[in-house]
Design a binder for this molecule. Structure first.
Ligand code: ADP
Length: 344
């Protein structure tokens, strides 16, 4: 029996309150087999003491049955998700009043990163948190459009930009500062400077979460952003196919370079379900699930391809505003937000 067998066995344990298992959540950090001794280490970020107890009990129920081992040890490291992130990156500073800054990134464009950022921000706000959303894409800003915001933001007496308030969120987008269809001609070092300045000059006020929608890719601008503000962590958005996963891995290693933890992966465009209920995995099946397991990070959600998601984005009313009880796409974003709050 090897570590893969143990991992398979642990897959039968669900994270309390969720339909997903503890392996795909990325909780299993280490499995060691030494003759007939088995040792498993899990890491759980939660405020609820019941959760680790329940998982501990279930791990023993599963592992104690395995005939190959005379001794089974389950260690669970419990981390406080409310603890402030230490500014891991040198030179990065926090934004006054903002508790957690979370970057949403993808190595590749067009995978639905802005869609995910918008819906995740709304779903986080639905938990009662104070949430801001900042579109950091100088060349293809889309957050303003996704919320149907066209008004120009005003500045306060300190010459800070006042974010627009919509659907209980504070949003700021370079798109709101630009004329529609105006060509964006800033490049290179100037683009980096604009972005830095933009990040520092918004009057966010008190926020529990600030979601930064990073531009796609892993170039200079992205690296500048993650080095400018002290991030609590990053969420990576990918689609299931290998070409997207290759770029998602690049994003993961960019964050590793600056010691920013990956809070989870979101697989977008996971499948399309026809009226008869049959699922078509247009971009292959399970790519995001396997990647999350490989990276040992939680898969926060699998988001299907659905017309209401693209329509919601085009019409300024993202799908997470719909009732999660009757709209599965909305439910997927609300689940991801709950996971981000509870697990991290
Ligand atoms: P990115 O920010 O990665 O470039 P966007 O969020 O702008 O990607 O999404 C690209 C397009 O795909 C948009 O038109 C968006 O509405 C659409 N889209 C994204 N995710 C989904 C989905 N799950 N179902 C349907 N359409 C989607």
């Amino acid at each position: 029996m090897n570590t893969d067998h143990i991992r398979e066995a642990l897959r039968s344990i669900r994270y309390p309150g969720f339909s997903r298992d503890i392996v795909s959540f990325g909780l299993v950090k280490d499995i060691q087999i030494d003759g007939s001794h088995l040792r498993v280490r899990l890491e759980i970020q939660t405020r609820d003491a019941e959760i680790p107890q329940q998982i501990f009990k279930q791990c023993h129920e599963v592992l104690d049955q395995l005939p190959d081992f005379t001794q089974v040890k389950v260690d669970i490291d419990i981390k406080d998700p409310t603890a402030q992130a230490s500014p891991a990156q040198t030179g990065a500073s926090s934004i006054p009043g903002v508790k957690k800054i979370i970057a949403v990134a993808s190595g590749k464009g067009g995978v639905g990163k802005s869609t995910v950022s918008s819906n995740l921000a709304l779903a986080l706000a639905a938990t009662g948190a104070k949430v801001g959303l900042c579109d950091c894409d100088l060349y293809g800003p889309s957050i303003a459009m996704m919320f149907g915001c066209h008004e120009k933001p005003l500045a306060n007496e300190q010459e800070e930009i006042i974010p627009i308030e919509t659907h209980g969120l504070k949003i700021m987008s370079m798109g709101l500062l630009l004329e529609e269809r105006s060509p964006v001609i800033v490049r290179g070092p100037l683009a980096t400077r604009y972005t830095q300045q933009f990040l520092r000059q918004v009057a966010w006020g008190d926020l529990d979460y600030l979601i930064l929608d990073l531009p796609p890719g892993t170039g200079d601008i992205q690296l500048t952003i993650v080095q400018t503000v002290a991030l609590h962590g990053a969420v990576i958005v990918t689609t299931p196919q290998e070409v997207a996963l290759i770029d998602a891995r690049k994003a993961v290693s960019m964050f590793a370079k600056v010691n920013v933890p990956i809070l989870g992966l979101i697989e977008n465009m996971s499948w399309f379900e026809c009226d008869a209920g049959k699922r078509y995995h247009l971009f292959g099946e399970g790519g995001g699930v396997r990647e999350a397991e490989k990276l040992r990070v939680p898969l926060l959600a699998q988001i299907p391809i659905q017309i209401p998601i693209s329509q919601g984005g085009d019409q300024g009313a993202p799908v997470a505003l719909l009732d999660p009880a009757t709209h599965p796409a909305s439910a997927a974003f609300h689940q991801a937000a709950r996971l981000l709050c509870d697990v991290r």
